[in-house]
Design a protein around this ligand. Sequence first.
Ligand code: HEM
Length: 311
Amino acid sequence: MRKPDLRYGNVAWKAVSSESFMAYPMATVYVDIAKRLGLNFDATIRLLSHMPSFLSNQAHKESRRRLAQRISEAKQTQETNVSEVIGGVIDKIDECGGSFDVLETVSEPVWIAISTALCPQAPAIPQAAVSVPELFNPYTSIRRRLVINDEIENILCQHDNSALDALALLSLGFRPLTGTIALSMHHLASKHSGRRLSQITYPSTFPVSALSFVDRIAQSDGSVTEEGFNRGQRYRCVIFDESYQQADNDRNIYGLGGHVCLGRSISQYMWNALCEGLMTCNTTIAPGTLQIGSTEPFTVPTTCKLHLSYD
Ligand code: HEM
């Protein structure tokens, strides 16, 4: 697969939603690795061939429709679960003085609330969805990829085809959601350090994203805005960036065009509920330690702490 060419702003936004570009076909990367190294990645290839992010045209439409249906059937349960978790988070923030662990206290419980609503019968699937995103990272070792392949294979042996959809959906949601929550709360604490939570004006959506770029491959020679591209050229489209206008980031955080995020509604529901709750807290906020892991294509914190006090 060709190395990506970075593109920003208008060119990136246009390319992402243009029919001249297709999604990055991640399954073919594993077909190549399997052939080159003589290894078995069948389960991984099967799963990646079910993930809308890596599919184009008719295959994409079909997979997206199935996943959208699963989300819509569980909408009520997702919202009830999220409201309950956010209520608990706000109580903790109100009670907590000192260090506050965002990953443990907010990101993880929200993820459990959503993933169990989307896949109530099989706890092994949400668990595997935590590992699967490592398969998208070009720096993950072959040994680790094989372990994850085994994990997927175990699930596929024990469940019917709908397990593939559930795993595909959760694997695409886990890191963007948990990372974006943590980065956004830390950003708020940095921007409003020393302020009471009740005195902050909250942004209408997450101010930072854990998924700032997506890859697309040109299906033919052509041009986007004024720029020419060649068939097979791989664009790394930066859809969200701190150099962009806030209105552009607010509009594009969940992507653009046919691949726009299927978890948008529940993620936005969660953000609104969180901000409504934070507005009622008199606690003062400040940033603590933030460490980012090596998790391409996602920017995901491994540590994310805030300081809360009643000053
Ligand atoms: C704040 C949280 C989230 C952010 C910032 C986010 C961001 C994105 C972005 C930018 C895309 C477009 C990728 C592309 O164009 O190739 C996307 C796609 C997707 N997201 Fe999210 N996401 C979030 C939460 C979730 C959640 C919670 C789920 C599921 C439970 C989810 C499921 C998906 C799926 C299935 C796709 C693929 C859609 C397609 O290719 O047709 N996302 N997300």
